[in-house]
Write a protein of this length. Structure first.
Lengths: 133, 388
């Protein structure tokens, strides 16, 4: 992966910066340049918006056969998470027994290493989720 | 718009075909379809070819002229287009070709689909398939392609009480059907226990809940209905061709127990064909994973939302059921050479409507439906065919 491809997503992946529609107020993450409800009216009116980082597990899966970049990391949990702002995203759930993960579980974002570009390449960071206290 | 018919079909064996190249597969499927139609090369006006990732599977882009060349049509300089829509590349190629013939722009069109997936090694094929999902916001974080369907499966199980056994029954049925299809990659019958004992890929999906990595190609020949009679007396008409799109990512959608694009394409297709789901005699649906077939039969209106697992268990979709689904063995048993899949589905429907499906023939089949999906539902294509 070219460094710029990773670097340009840093604000979103490190700090959960999404977009808020300046017309209807809906929050989007990953960021969108157009609100699908307001469409043309929202052009140029999508403002940066930092998500609080808390959400609920809507669905999850334990990955046993990982892609090459995640070789040696399986089994790990990937979840579909509904953020409190109303948008959904995909992320891993960590720091808990995989058996304890369930639909409806409250989670909060944490900053973690996601993957690396081979043994000597760049290390990529971003959000993962852990059980909320 | 003119009415459009299918006058020829052809497909290669599906499987791990180490002795065959991408060119060999394209040539074989194309020649079979042209021979089946009994049409001369100089009559062909255009070609459309579906291929998901020839660039990464065989390091070759620009495969439309390659298809023209293997067909020996280079001196006619016919127009050819490669179509990419992940696992729906074949279905979308079919849709584009349908529009071209219906509009009157072209008369005789070859539509093909091909994928050569076993020339890459190790986890490379899995990685290539992950590009059907959202690379930046799903795959980057560790979601695999089976993982996305696993998220839908878990959600469906939680919401409707669908069971692992019901998922497994989709695979059991499709392997049974595939055991009667000489072109299928796996002709081995399996049991629910085999599925549940197979290695876990992405919970709750086991290895035998997943379609395989496959080499293969398939082709069909389209013609205006009024000219079809010159070539065949078993004319199969395209009653509807509908394409719909959605977000690339699963998390960007409004619901996770359905593929909204497939619902939309299905509705449009039923309207265009002026029929209802209950008028369909058989269907080929995109069972890339067992849960995908359960969601598909709900999305297409064969059963109510949430009842797909139970309906499968009760045999509604079996060969002798009310609405036989995936008589070919589906992607699960026939194999899933991604770009070829949408055209292979059309192939099976045509065989059934012509009464040429041998052991797996559905009696008096008049109307068949094909449902082809790209990625986790970003693209969906529905075709409805009728024998006239
Ligand atoms: Zn808005």
């Amino acid at each position: 992966m070219g460094v710029a491809r990773y670097w340009r997503e840093i604000p979103h992946r490190y700090n959960l910066i999404g977009k808020k529609c300046g017309v209807c107020g809906k929050v989007y993450f990953p960021p969108r340049s157009i609100c699908p409800d307001c469409r043309r009216k929202s052009a140029g009116k999508m403002e940066d918006y930092k998500l609080k980082g808390s959400g609920t597990v809507e669905s999850f899966s334990i990955i046993h056969v990982p892609p090459p970049e995640f070789e040696g990391k399986s089994p790990y949990a990937v979840a579909l998470i509904k953020m409190d702002e109303g948008c959904y995203l995909t992320g891993q759930i960590v720091d808990c027994d995989l058996k304890d993960i369930h639909i409806g579980m409250r989670v909060e974002a944490c900053f973690r290493r996601i993957q690396e570009d081979g043994k000597r390449g760049a290390i990529y960071y971003g959000y993962k989720f852990r059980k909320a206290e | 718009m003119r009415e459009v018919a299918i006058i020829g079909i052809g497909m290669t064996q599906f499987g791990e075909l180490w002795e065959k190249s991408f060119r060999d597969l394209v040539a074989e499927a194309g020649i079979k379809a042209i021979s089946d139609a009994g049409i001369e090369g100089e009559k062909i006006d255009a070609m459309y070819i579906g291929g998901m990732s020839t660039g990464r599977f065989i390091g070759q882009e620009h495969v439309a002229p390659l298809a023209v060349e293997v067909a020996g049509l280079q001196d006619l300089h016919i127009p050819a287009v490669r179509v990419e829509a992940a696992c729906a590349s074949g279905g979308v190629a079919m849709h584009q070709a349908y529009i071209a013939v219906a509009s009157g722009m072209y008369d005789f069109v070859v539509v093909g689909g091909a994928e050569k997936m076993t020339d890459v090694v190790g986890g490379e094929a899995t990685n290539i398939l992950a590009s059907a999902a959202d690379r930046e916001w799903e795959a980057f974080f560790g979601a695999t392609f089976p993982g996305l369907y696993a998220l839908m499966a878990k959600y469906h199980m939680h919401k409707y009480g669908t069971t692992q056994e019901q998922l497994a029954m989709v695979a059991v049925k499709n392997h049974y059907n595939g055991s009667m299809n000489p072109k299928a990659q796996f002709k081995r019958k399996i049991t629910v226990e085999d599925v549940l004992k197979s290695p876990m890929v992405a919970e709750p999906l086991h290895l035998l809940d997943c379609s395989p990595i496959t080499d293969g190609a398939s082709a069909v020949i389209l013609a205006p209905l009024d000219k079809a009679k010159e070539y065949t007396d078993k004319i199969v008409k395209i009653k509807a061709s509908a394409l719909a799109c959605d977000t690339l990512s699963l998390h960007g959608r409004k619901r996770f127990d359905s593929l909204p694009a497939a619902v939309h394409a299905g509705k449009k297709a039923y309207e265009m064909a002026e029929i209802k789901p209950e008028d369909v005699d058989l269907a080929e649906v995109h069972d890339c994973f067992t849960i995908a077939e359960i969601i598909a039969i709900e999305d297409l209106g064969f059963v109510e939302k949430g009842k797909g697992g139970k309906a499968t268990e009760e045999g509604l979709t079996s060969l002798n059921g009310e609405i036989p689904v995936n008589t070919s063995g589906g992607l699960k048993s026939k194999g899933h050479p991604v770009g070829a899949t949408g055209i292979a589905q059309i192939n099976e429907i045509v065989l059934q409507l012509r009464g040429e499906a041998e052991q797996r023939q559905i009696k008096d089949a008049k109307i068949g439906l094909a449902h082809n999906v790209g990625g986790s539902g970003g693209t969906a294509v529905v075709h409805i065919l009728e024998v006239v």
